[in-house]
Every structure is written in structure tokens, then in C-alpha cells.
Design a protein around this ligand. Sequence first.
Ligand SMILES: *[C@@H]1O[C@H](CO)[C@@H](O)[C@H](O)[C@H]1NC(C)=O
Ligand SMILES: *[C@@H]1O[C@H](CO)[C@@H](O)[C@H](O)[C@H]1NC(C)=O
Ligand SMILES: *[C@@H]1O[C@H](CO)[C@@H](O)[C@H](O)[C@H]1NC(C)=O
Ligand SMILES: *[C@@H]1O[C@H](CO)[C@@H](O)[C@H](O)[C@H]1NC(C)=O
Ligand SMILES: *[C@@H]1O[C@H](CO)[C@@H](O)[C@H](O)[C@H]1NC(C)=O
Ligand SMILES: *[C@@H]1O[C@H](CO)[C@@H](O)[C@H](O)[C@H]1NC(C)=O
Ligand SMILES: *[C@@H]1O[C@H](CO)[C@@H](O)[C@H](O)[C@H]1NC(C)=O
Ligand SMILES: *[C@@H]1O[C@H](CO)[C@@H](O)[C@H](O)[C@H]1NC(C)=O
Ligand SMILES: *[C@@H]1O[C@H](CO)[C@@H](O)[C@H](O)[C@H]1NC(C)=O
Ligand SMILES: *[C@@H]1O[C@H](CO)[C@@H](O)[C@H](O)[C@H]1NC(C)=O
Ligand SMILES: *[C@@H]1O[C@H](CO)[C@@H](O)[C@H](O)[C@H]1NC(C)=O
Ligand SMILES: *[C@@H]1O[C@H](CO)[C@@H](O)[C@H](O)[C@H]1NC(C)=O
Length: 408
Amino acid sequence: MLANFVALVLLSALAVARRTCKVSAIGGGEDDGPAINAAFERCSKNAKVVLDKYYVVDTLLLTKDLDDVEVELSGTVQYTPDIAKWSPQSLFLTYQNATTFWFLSGNNIHLYGGGTIDGNGQVWWDTFNNSHNAGTAGGSSTTFARPIPLTVGNASNVVVENIRQIGSPFWNNFVYQSTNVTYKQISIRSQSYSSSPTANSDGWDIYRSSHVTIQDSVVINDDDCVSFKPNSTDIIVANMFCNGSHGVSVGSLGQYAGEMDIVANVSVTNITMLNAQNGARIKVFGGNPSPVSTAGGGTGFVRNITFKDFHMVNVDNPILIDQCYSTPADVCAQFPSNLSISDVHYINVTGTSSGKEGAVVVDLECSDTCQDITAEDTHLSSPSGNATFVCKNIASTTQLDFNCTLPE
Ligand SMILES: *[C@@H]1O[C@H](CO)[C@@H](O)[C@H](O)[C@H]1NC(C)=O
Ligand SMILES: *[C@@H]1O[C@H](CO)[C@@H](O)[C@H](O)[C@H]1NC(C)=O
Ligand SMILES: *[C@@H]1O[C@H](CO)[C@@H](O)[C@H](O)[C@H]1NC(C)=O
Ligand SMILES: *[C@@H]1O[C@H](CO)[C@@H](O)[C@H](O)[C@H]1NC(C)=O
Ligand SMILES: *[C@@H]1O[C@H](CO)[C@@H](O)[C@H](O)[C@H]1NC(C)=O
Ligand SMILES: *[C@@H]1O[C@H](CO)[C@@H](O)[C@H](O)[C@H]1NC(C)=O
Ligand SMILES: *[C@@H]1O[C@H](CO)[C@@H](O)[C@H](O)[C@H]1NC(C)=O
Ligand SMILES: *[C@@H]1O[C@H](CO)[C@@H](O)[C@H](O)[C@H]1NC(C)=O
Ligand SMILES: *[C@@H]1O[C@H](CO)[C@@H](O)[C@H](O)[C@H]1NC(C)=O
Ligand SMILES: *[C@@H]1O[C@H](CO)[C@@H](O)[C@H](O)[C@H]1NC(C)=O
Ligand SMILES: *[C@@H]1O[C@H](CO)[C@@H](O)[C@H](O)[C@H]1NC(C)=O
Ligand SMILES: *[C@@H]1O[C@H](CO)[C@@H](O)[C@H](O)[C@H]1NC(C)=O
């Protein structure tokens, strides 16, 4: 009894004794990056880092080896639009040449607080619009790499909640080589205020990660709302409001010959999809005869994917499978995709298309045969006339609740 009491008191004392590092801001446009990095070094274990000021960040945030760390972001982290400095110093993450401003890494991390991460994207978008620099996607160029504002990388057991993200130069969030990561109540806005469009403004990209949940969030952008890149498994996406996006997308996959890409066990439910290019999308490259192809020919599988309770308004392709993605039709006909698609379910997908694809509201086009594709409670209409549903190389259409027509 007494021992229990003593243990309890000790535990409470430990809880109270959680080390806290509050970061002050220098002001006057000075770089707060080094102070933020130092705080994460001092408070890297059983600790709390408080970011409650307006921070100007001109130095890579490399916050690694964290263990049981709370991060209260109630202020604003604003990255400088210093292209000459960031392009070489942002952290190169190899996949699609992505680089990042902030690599958050470790075990048991809780980032929350109602604050803002501001990527200052306008300058990057305007520059991209005018330079057409080939190093576009990131680190292939040290003169123009557009970094990702927040990467949860090499991490486990992470919760990110109640954060606002604005003006990302590239993808907003990258989940990289991580497991058990949850995002909730994230508000994302990538919106250009000039004549140049935003570019690659994905809400999330998931890569080599498992057990990832993204929920209760709003995304206003002009690229994928959420994208499952190679080796995304056991993923839940729920209760999302996406406006202007390219949809919730599996892929693209199978781009590289000799590489195996897997996306499996994905559940996407309760999605409002407005003014989008796609709703529920799967994009996979076709095959390729070259063993060193970087334009299709990869292997792997897409399996056990459920898209449920989608409401579409003004969406070009409400439901889309493209297994000849970015592959010339003749190449794809001769070399069908080596990456199989099976066990894909559409449940309660409703709403209207934009009419951009005429009356087509569903387009399921496989180059290899797709197995076990089902659809129930599909209620989609087109402003261009009676809705049509295109299917090609679907092993069995008996479990689809619409009548298929062949592509034109
Ligand atoms: C990445 O950079 C390499 C080297 O510059 C380039 O060949 C490749 O096309 C780039 N990949 C992407 C996806 O941009
Ligand atoms: C992430 O983990 C990989 C594999 O363990 C390692 O090679 C890489 O250096 C790590 N990245 C960072 C930025 O720590
Ligand atoms: C996942 O992470 C959360 C938050 O850190 C933790 O509470 C939970 O126990 C973890 N789940 C597993 C299966 O480890
Ligand atoms: C973006 O590019 C277009 C076409 O090249 C050009 O007309 C426009 O002025 C550019 N916008 C900005 C803000 O530079
Ligand atoms: C569906 O998502 C919306 C947010 O887009 C949310 O307001 C609503 O509560 C969710 N519905 C359910 C049943 O969770
Ligand atoms: C969606 O975005 C469009 C274009 O920015 C905007 O006009 C519209 O009000 C937004 N819709 C909602 C419901 O937020
Ligand atoms: C994906 O996982 C499979 C199986 O573990 C592995 O063989 C493959 O190399 C991984 N692919 C990528 C792109 O990481
Ligand atoms: C399919 O994925 C769901 C998660 O979305 C998982 O609960 C279920 O066990 C998976 N089914 C199979 C057969 O792997
Ligand atoms: C999908 O989930 C099932 C059930 O949990 C599991 O057995 C299987 O390994 C998972 N598939 C992949 C590719 O992770
Ligand atoms: C269908 O999905 C909508 C959300 O888009 C939801 O409000 C409705 O309850 C769902 N219907 C059924 C029968 O589950
Ligand atoms: C739509 O279908 C109805 C019933 O089959 C038919 O009467 C009508 O002409 C069709 N409308 C168009 C625009 O094809
Ligand atoms: C499919 O076509 C058949 C034969 O024309 C018709 O009886 C059936 O009602 C159609 N089903 C749907 C869902 O439109």
C-alpha cells in the first residue's frame, strides 16, 4: 500500500519533471533555425519542446533520435524563400528527388498545438513557373530544389495534430520509412496568389511506411489530396475534405524496371471531393522491354484497397484505374503492366462528374487483368448526359453495380 503510494508519488514527480525547452525568437528576420535545432538536442528524450513564437527558419531542421517528445507548435514556423540557400542545404530524400526543410525523426513523438508551418511557396512557384528548371522535383538540382515543409522520417509512433500548413513549395507532408504515424485535424492550403500555379502540392505522400492514419483534415491544393507511393501498407484515410485536388491516389507505381512496389491494405472512407481532377484513383505504369527502364516495367501489386463513402462534386474522373499510366498505348498493348491490381472495392461513391470526360464517370482500364474489383451503391451522374462506365481487362464485371462499356 505504502510502496504503491510512494511509487505513485515518484511517477507523478517524474511526469512533472518532464524537461521543457521553450524556444525564443530572435526577431528582425534573423534565423531561428539553430535555436530550434538546439532545443531539440537538449530536449530529445522524455521532454517537451515549445514553439510558441513566430520563427524565421533559414537552416535545415534536422530533429532526429527523439524519444518520447512532445512538440507544442502554437506559433509559426516560416521558412525563408531563400532559394539559393535552401536548394543545396535541404535534406535530400532520394525518392523522386524530394528534399525537405524539416526531418522529424525518432520514436513516440507528439506534434500539436494549433500553430502554422508556412512554406513561403509563392516565391518557389513563381520561380518554377518561369525557370522550368529541370531539377524540378527536388534534389537532382542543388540550385533549385523545392523542399517539403514537414517530413516524418525514419520514425515510429508519431501523432501530428491540429496544425495548419500553408504555401508548401512542393508536397506538404512526406511520411518516409516510418510506422504507426497518425495525422489529424490538419488544415492544408497551397494556393497561388499570382498567375503561376502551385506545383506538386500533394497533401500527403506516403513511402516505405506502414500503419499510417490521416483523418479529419482539410486540403485545398492542386495535386493529390493524399498519395500512396511505393510500399504503403495498412493505411487509413478518413473524414477528409479535399477541394481542387487530383484525388486520393494509389501511385504512381511500377515506374522503375527491377523495382517492386507494393500498396496494400488501404481503407479510404468518408471523403468529400470537390473540383478535382480525380476522385478515387489508381495509377500504375505499363510494362517496358528495357531492364533499366525508368518509364514503366516495375513489378509489385496493389491489393485490398477500399474506397468508401465518397461524395464527388465537379470531379473529372470520379473513379479511375489507369494501368498504362504515362505509357504510350502501343507500348502498353505489347508490354502490359507487371504490377497487378486486385481486391479493389468501391462502396457508396456518389455525386457528379465535371463532364470533362463527357458522360464517363467510371473508367477502369487495366493492361494486365485486374481481379476482384467490386462496386456497390454507386450513384454517379454526369452533366454531359446519361452516365457511362468504361471497363477494360476486368476479370469479372459481375460484382460491379453498373454496366460496362468498352473504351472508345
Ligand atoms: C532526379 O534527378 C535525376 C538526376 O538529375 C534525374 O535524372 C531524374 O529525372 C530526377 N527524377 C525526378 C523524378 O525528377
Ligand atoms: C533513415 O534511415 C536509413 C536507413 O536506416 C538511413 O540510411 C538514413 O541515413 C536515415 N536518414 C536520416 C536522415 O537519418
Ligand atoms: C502507435 O502510436 C501511438 C502514439 O504514440 C501509441 O499510443 C500506440 O500505442 C502505437 N501503436 C502501436 C501498435 O504501437
Ligand atoms: C507564369 O508563366 C506564364 C507562362 O509562361 C506567364 O505568362 C506568367 O506571367 C507567369 N507568371 C508569373 C507570376 O511569373
Ligand atoms: C465525414 O467527414 C466530415 C469532414 O469532411 C465530418 O464532418 C463528418 O463528421 C464525417 N462523418 C462521419 C460519419 O464520420
Ligand atoms: C473550393 O474551392 C473553390 C476554388 O478555390 C472555391 O471557390 C470554393 O468556395 C471552395 N468550396 C468550398 C466548399 O470550400
Ligand atoms: C517494397 O517491399 C518489397 C517487399 O519487402 C521489397 O522487395 C521492395 O524492394 C520494396 N520496394 C521499395 C520501393 O521500397
Ligand atoms: C484489408 O485491409 C484492411 C485494412 O484496410 C484489413 O483490416 C484487412 O485485414 C485486410 N484484408 C486482407 C485480406 O488482407
Ligand atoms: C495486409 O493485412 C493482412 C492482415 O492484417 C496481413 O496479413 C498482410 O501481411 C498485409 N499485407 C501487406 C502487404 O502488408
Ligand atoms: C454514403 O456516403 C455519404 C458520405 O458521402 C454518407 O453521408 C452516407 O451516410 C453514406 N451512405 C451509406 C448508406 O452509408
Ligand atoms: C438517357 O437515357 C434515357 C433512358 O434510357 C433516354 O431516354 C435518353 O434519351 C438518354 N439521354 C441521352 C442524353 O442519351
Ligand atoms: C444493365 O443492362 C441490362 C441489360 O440491358 C439491364 O437490364 C440492367 O438494368 C442494366 N443495369 C444497370 C445497373 O444499369
